[in-house]
Design a protein around this ligand. Structure first.
Ligand code: ADP
Ligand code: ZN
Ligand code: ZN
Length: 764
């Protein structure tokens, strides 16, 4: 809370709190106000577990304090407010810590308390999970008649139906039966439980993982317990960490900056051993876990059943099951995507973020949190160490290293003895064209693929775009065929349909141009599907696999494709960025990057950074097991610093060029940006509302010297029939942006269209 600005006013006394009540069987969906008894006034804090009287229930309920409020802020009659009964023992400290994290997220990302809680508490998954429920009658048999009478007067027919059915079934009724045959929904059940009429027993369907999700059973080792003796650099990194950790006064943040293949995973494993030896827990974030089964496998080989694993293809109940392993202290390590941060551990010692530069760490739905920021906050709450790791650290992380805000641990050598950095060849596609080669394979790449295939080595081809052609357009009038609901051109897929990659809308390719009626329409540019077709034609002897979101979305697609390729069941793997994410293929000796510049043209101030990271990571896939390896980068802009620095694997130079560029253009991390997106199906609403907002912002910004841009249409103006406009506020000081945001919210709420226009905040 920012205070009122009047410094000599009486200090406000916060004698009330808002809290959430933990009712076993239902989601926390409401905030309640309670008064603090005088004797507890010094003992209550945000996140504090307390006991309260709730509803008609006889026993006390657990609740968590989420905010303090003053008498002036009360919106109900003071006399109706109940007092907190007592402060609960801190047995539930895992939840307490997650709730203080939620409070921070609410402030930081401008979301509601409800959404923040839903994000951090596993309860959310529980309600979605297909939990097996059994319902029993709680009231005495002798009271049934009176109770039914009372309910009749209140016309609660569904309640009566259930009570009568339960009275006849002493062994309880199953949730499914109650829903399907008695037509009573879960909400009603919860209300009845709150009223003390029934009680609900819940059981998770299964806590164990589905073997086919990973290719191995939970906790099952594949026997390959190859333990490497750490090399000098790995040892040094682990030692620095261990020394800090054993001292345990204040644990720092680290960047583990290690080139691809430098053996970062081995270092994580040693760090985690130290953490577990002190009876603390560890979280390992990996960008897309279903694609990194080899990494997970290595952890499982060492730690076995002590690991909980999450991935995006798991069902809600499977995920909840993994969380419960943490809560029941059956697991002390969790590996997963960003949401693994919310595992209910009570004493986290270490959080590792693998490939910290990856954009998957930014949550795309509300609240739009950045897992790296949330991890840093969580680490503070637990006094845990945070290790960010990457071969291509993000510009903002590396800036902090140079400012001595985080400790840098460096691994500059390939871990496998004898392995060296691969040799990079840059091919200028403009020259190829001049020489009359119109194929998407340059002469050099084609020749090298043939050579590697003849030696029975494997090849990876990287193409930044999925689908067949990138768009279909009319050669007479030049119009591209666009999505009906979004402001993007449709992508041609091999099945002959045009698809929108934003909303999924699809359309058979029309035989006439919708704009001018000409029949001369054709595809432009190529995607992974077409690359696959061309590759198969050009190298008929080779077995080709393709990995992109289209093939990965088939059940277990990604895992089996990667497994097959790593077992050398195919010679060439074609794919989008999915194939560059940390896989370890020992027999790959050539990586071809088909069109290095495609990502340079995708908007955003960080497109050069993304390109550099992608190219460096893709290049790092070759030469992992010691054989001579080559990387061919095909490009129209060989002179661009992102391409050149990636070819030389020169991060330091890239960093210098990139920060110079960001300084001139005033972009993060040199300054902070708050972007505010307005959206509505009604174009006029968005238009007027965003204009009004920008004007208010300009007035307010004068006081602080902030800089306002917009309103401007979003890069893709229309998505899913929603029109979207943006206003940007730039300032060096993050706290000022936060304050401005809160003030502007007050203005925004006053506008007539406030209820019609969605607002989305995003800090960069
Ligand atoms: P990174 O994550 O840094 O790209 P990995 O952790 O995947 O690298 O390690 C690359 C390869 O090096 C793996 O096959 C791993 O088993 C091997 N490796 C790791 N440490 C050592 C070591 N000290 N000696 C030999 N091989 C090692
Ligand atoms: Zn669309
Ligand atoms: Zn046309």
């Amino acid at each position: 809370c920012l205070g009122t600005g009047e410094t000599d006013a009486e200090p406000v006394e916060y004698k009330y709190v808002q809290l959430v009540v933990d009712i076993t069987s239902h989601a926390i969906d409401k905030v309640f106000t309670y008064a603090i008894p005088d004797e507890l006034i010094d003992k209550i804090y945000v996140g504090c577990p307390v006991k309260v009287v709730f509803g008609g229930m006889k026993s006390l309920r657990s609740a968590y304090v989420i905010d303090f409020i003053s008498e002036a802020e009360l919106d109900i009659d003071k006399n109706r407010i109940k007092y907190i009964d007592s402060v609960a023992a801190d047995e539930l400290s895992a939840r307490t810590k997650l709730i203080s994290l939620a409070c921070w997220m609410k402030e930081h990302y401008g979301t509601t308390m409800y959404k923040a809680l839903m994000t951090v508490l596993p309860v959310k998954n529980k309600i979605k999970a297909k939990t097996f429920r059994k319902v029993f009658l709680k009231i005495d048999k002798d009271n049934i008649k009176d109770c039914v009478k009372e309910l009749e007067s209140k016309k609660k027919t569904a309640w009566i139906r259930l009570i009568k059915a339960l009275a006849e079934n002493e062994n309880g009724l199953e949730g499914g039966f109650i829903r399907n045959h008695l037509k009573i929904n879960l909400y009603t059940l919860i209300r009845m439980e709150v009223e003390g009429l029934i009680y609900i027993l819940e059981e998770e369907r299964s806590l164990s993982l589905n073997k086919t999700l990973y290719g191995f059973e939970e906790g099952e080792s594949d026997g390959s317990k190859i333990i490497h003796e750490l090399n000098i650099q790995q040892k040094a990194a682990v030692e620095v960490f261990n020394n800090d950790f054993i001292k345990n006064d204040f644990l720092p943040e680290y960047l583990l900056y290690g080139i691809t293949g430098s053996g970062k995973t081995e270092v994580y494993i040693e760090m985690i051993k130290t953490v577990l030896s002190k009876k603390r827990q560890a979280i390992v974030l990996i960008p897309e876990i279903s694609l990194t089964y080899q990494t997970v496998r290595r952890f499982v080989n060492v730690f076995g059943k002590r690991i909980a694993i999450m991935n995006s293809s798991m069902s809600a109940s499977q995920r909840y099951g993994q969380f419960m392993l943490a809560e029941k202290k059956q697991a002390d390590i969790i590996i997963g995507p960003r949401s693994a941060l919310f595992a209910p551990f009570d004493n986290i010692g270490l959080i590792i973020i693998d490939e910290e530069h990856d954009c998957a760490y930014k949550n795309e739905t509300v609240p739009r949190y950045d897992a790296r920021e949330v991890a840093a906050k969580l680490a503070k709450i637990h006094n845990a160490a945070l290790v960010l790791a990457s071969a291509t650290p993000s510009v903002e992380t590396y800036k902090k290293v140079l400012e001595n805000k985080i400790k840098c641990l460096k691994l500059t050598q390939k871990a496998v003895p004898g392995a060296s950095l691969s040799k990079t060849h840059i091919v200028d596609l403009r020259e190829e064209l001049k020489a009359g080669n119109k194929s998407i394979f340059s002469k050099k790449l084609k020749y090298m693929i043939e050579e590697k295939l003849s030696m029975d080595e494997q090849v990876m081809l990287f193409m930044n775009r999925r689908g067949y052609s990138n768009f279909v357009s009319c050669r007479s009038c030049g119009e591209a065929i666009k999505c009906k609901h979004c402001d993007v051109s449709l992508t041609l897929h091999k099945d002959g349909r045009l698809r929108c990659h934003y909303c999924g809308y699809s359309l058979a390719v029309p035989d006439k141009c919708p704009a001018c009626g000409s029949g001369y329409i054709a595809g432009f540019g190529i995607g992974t599907q077409q690359l696959e077709t061309i590759t198969k034609k050009m190298f008929p002897q080779a077995c080709v696999l393709r990995l992109d979101t289209d093939t990965a979305s088939k059940k277990h697609g990604a895992v089996s494709i990667i497994k097959d390729f790593s077992e050398h069941k195919a010679d060439i793997l074609i794919g989008t960025q999915m194939i560059v994410k940390g896989h370890d293929f020992s027999n790959v000796s050539l990586v071809g990057i088909m069109a290095a510049d495609t990502s340079l043209y995708v908007g955003g101030y960080n497109s050069a950074e993304k390109t550099f990271q992608l190219l460096t990571q893709a290049a790092g896939r070759a030469g992992r097991a010691g054989q001579a390896a080559d990387v061919v980068i095909q490009t129209y802009r060989p002179e661009h610093y992102a391409v050149m620095c990636a070819a030389e694997q020169d991060f330091e130079r890239f960093y210098k060029e990139e920060t110079a560029f960001r300084k001139i253009t005033a972009y993060p991390p040199m300054i902070h940006i708050l972007s505010i997106q307005f959206s509505s199906r009604n174009e006029k609403y968005v238009d007027e509302f965003s204009k009004y907002y920008a004007e208010c912002a300009k007035k307010e910004a004068l006081k602080y010297g902030a800089y306002i841009i917009g309103p401007a249409p979003a890069r893709i103006y229309k998505v899913h029939d929603f029109y979207r406009k943006l206003v940007y506020i730039k300032h060096i000081d993050y706290d000022i942006l936060l304050r401005l945001k809160q003030q502007l919210q007050v203005y925004a709420d006053k506008h007539t269209y406030a209820v019609n226009v969605g607002i989305l905040y995003d800090f960069e």
